[in-house]
Design a protein around this ligand. Structure first.
Ligand code: DX5
Ligand code: ZN
Length: 213
């Protein structure tokens, strides 16, 4: 059974209290929070202040996905805001090992996010150091995009590379009730879902359905 991480980006930001209560009452395992800086990706979302407010009312671990340049400059702020997991983009980190050490030394689970075009072999020498690989199944920056089918092949390849390391494969972008079973069958551990969850009239039921993928 996969873990499910609703992505807050698709939530109603005027009523975050209600949205967090729904996630609390649901079978969701994590809450996924997308941080975009308008530089690494062509969109701006929200920063540590929202994470801090949300952290106060959510019972689920907060999985923070940094789509920002120089993530090392902000790791402490997100730790202070209550992030439980912090993922940085391999494409934004010329000193990735240092970033991972920093995140772990702060007591957070460390993740590496990877864009659709980036070779998985770039992860080969860091897999034994990390907790999470966040495989982007869309080009990051926006919710509501279409799942890139080649991701399934990448999941299978990554599963082999991971072998016995305790690394979780997170799939982020375009996850739907229709494609979730094939994503899980390919070897994913965690499904991130924004629009599929929050744009549904019965979000809790959708989370339950994704869990049964
Ligand atoms: C995309 C983000 C995703 C996004 C997923 O850049 O990293 O987490 O919120 O949204 P959906 O599930 O709507 O594609
Ligand atoms: Zn994300």
């Amino acid at each position: 059974m996969p873990l499910v991480a609703p992505s807050l980006l698709a939530a109603d930001f005027l009523h975050l209290d209600r949205e967090c209560a729904m996630v609390n009452e649901s079978q969701a395992d994590w809450l996924h929070l997308d941080i975009m800086d308008g530089r690494f990706v062509p969109n701006i979302s929200f920063g540590p202040m929202i994470v801090e407010f949300v952290r106060k009312v959510t019972k689920k671990p907060c999985d923070v996905h940094l789509m920002i340049l120089d993530p090392g400059n902000y790791a402490q702020e997100f730790k202070n805001a209550g992030a439980d997991h912090l993922s940085v983009h391999i494409e934004a980190c010329p000193h990735l090992h240092r970033n991972i050490e920093q995140i772990k030394s702060m007591g957070m689970k460390a993740g590496v996010a990877i864009n659709p075009h980036t070779s998985l072999s770039d992860l080969g020498d860091i897999l034994h150091e990390i907790d999470i690989v966040c495989v982007m199944s869309v080009n990051p920056g926006f919710g509501g995009q279409k799942f890139i089918p080649h991701t399934l092949e990448r999941i299978r390849q990554l599963r082999k590379m991971i072998g016995k390391f305790p690394v979780q494969i997170v799939i982020d972008g375009g996850v739907t009730l229709e494609n979730a079973p094939s994503i899980v069958a390919a070897g994913a551990d965690v499904l991130v879902a924004g629009n599929t969850v929050f744009r549904s009239s019965d979000s809790k039921a959708v989370i339950g359905q994704l869990k049964r993928s």
